[in-house]
Design a protein around this ligand. Structure first.
Ligand SMILES: Nc1nc2c(ncn2[C@@H]2O[C@H](COP(=O)(O)OP(=O)(O)OP(=O)(O)O)[C@@H](O)[C@H]2O)c(=O)[nH]1
Length: 399
């Protein structure tokens, strides 16, 4: 300790410098207060450390402060530094990159021992790494290790003054308090960042899970409404959609036609050429039906080799014409198997509900309508197949 510093302390302790002591105390409290007010939610840890260093240098007669962060390889690198001059001139501090191994030099000794290191005269102290020109060396330095809540080393706070023997017990006590608050500040920020990262990660995970679940839901919803072999809608879809058609009929008196279409002698195709070929035929018929039926109509594979369609907004005459067109189209289809050409025919049972013919209260329900169309189909089969029969008429449209 130099004479001036020792005299100052004596004066303070004996009461002669009570006013100075009070000023030092207020300054120290101001530095600590400013440190405690720093917003730990800044994006960059270095920015937070710079603010902390500025609060220290602003209220304490130190010449320069810097902070060395320890990395996983056991090296300490200076990430922030500020001098009283830079602070006074509002200059951005220029930090010359420095790196010490834990244990090396005064900073390394602070990190290795976990205890504050005080170098009273840097020109004579062996612990001090004399990098740079002798006239640029500081006179005295204090290096204080800074820890997290659970005593993991964060880095080392380094303060210096050009004068040797400059720092007093007062500075040491202040820096012990200061490094605790700084450690807590950095720890809190790191924990908050970790939490935010985890939240963002979990949120992304959840979002992708929700998207996957929705995809699966859509997939199963679509599967439950589609026939896997032909890609047409299925019976479930039919019952779902027919409600809308009936509601429209009741409200707007829209006409519609219900068709039950059945491939003739399909069993023979299966028996002769095998089930797989039978599947190809079913798919070919389904595609042909799809081409014939309007987008606004309903077409489903009802089961086996039976297809059902509803022609919406269609009166019976037109329904019969459309049904006949379909029947003729199916007759033109050809498959080649075992050097043979395979053709087939379709029988169609038709049930019509003209809007102006029937009061809604007399309307049959959908199962009754299907039974009527089935009855017409039965007539078509009985009449020799390859024909369309309209329920209630039971006359053949064969040609
Ligand atoms: N390949 C294949 N065959 C099917 C499928 N579903 C039902 N079938 C067959 O379709 C045939 C229907 O036979 P039947 O009900 O006797 O009718 P049909 O032979 O067409 O005779 P008619 O309807 O009286 O003209 C049966 O052999 C079923 O096994 C399927 O998904 N794929």
């Amino acid at each position: 300790m130099n004479q001036q510093s020792a005299d100052n302390q004596d004066a303070k302790l004996t009461g002669f410098g009570v006013q100075d002591l009070l000023i030092d105390l207020v300054n120290a409290l101001s530095a600590v207060k400013q440190l405690s007010e720093i917003d730990y939610q800044v994006d960059d840890e270095k920015a937070l450390i710079r603010q902390a260093l500025a609060s220290l240098i602003q209220y304490q007669d130190m010449e320069r402060c810097s902070f060395f962060i320890v990395d996983s390889d056991g090296f300490l690198s200076n990430v922030a530094g500020i001098s009283i001059l830079e602070l006074a001139n509002s200059e951005a501090s220029v930090t010359t990159p420095l790196r010490f191994k834990v244990g090396e030099g005064l900073i390394g000794a602070a990190a290795a021992s976990g205890v504050l290191q005080h170098c009273q005269n840097c020109h004579e102290d062996r612990r001090f790494e004399k990098s740079g020109k002798p006239d640029q060396l500081p006179g005295s330095v204090i290096s204080v290790p800074v820890f997290t809540f659970n005593r993991t080393l964060i880095g080392v706070l380094n303060v210096s003054h050009p004068q040797a023997n400059y720092f007093s017990e007062w500075h040491i006590r202040l820096l012990e308090v200061y490094k605790n608050i700084l450690g807590q500040l950095i720890t809190t920020r790191r924990l908050v960042q970790q939490m935010e990262q985890q939240i963002a990660f979990r949120t992304a995970e959840l979002e992708s899970l929700v998207a996957e679940t929705n995809q699966l839901k859509d997939h199963f919803a679509s599967m439950s409404m589609h026939d896997q072999l032909t890609g047409l809608h299925n019976r479930r879809f039919f019952y779902d959609q027919v409600e809308v058609v009936i509601a429209h009929h009741k409200r707007y008196k829209n006409s519609f036609c219900l068709l039950v279409m059945d491939i003739d002698h399909f069993k023979v195709i299966n028996d002769r050429f095998g089930h797989l070929f039978g599947d190809q035929v079913l798919t070919g018929v389904a595609n042909a039906l799809k081409r014939q039926v309007r987008n606004t109509d309903i077409l489903v594979r009802f089961g086996g080799e039976e297809f059902v369609a509803i022609f919406t907004n269609t009166r019976c005459d037109n329904g019969r014409t459309f049904a006949e067109r379909i029947r003729q189209e199916i007759k033109t289809l050809e498959w080649f198997v075992d050097n043979e050409v395979v053709n087939l025919t379709l029988s169609i049972g038709l049930y019509c509900l003209n809007g102006d013919l029937l009061q809604s209260e007399q309307m049959p329900d959908i199962d009754q309508m299907i039974n009527y169309a089935d009855a017409a189909l039965y007539q078509a089969k009985a009449g020799g197949r390859d024909q369309t029969v309209v329920f209630g008429e039971f006359r053949s449209d064969r040609n």
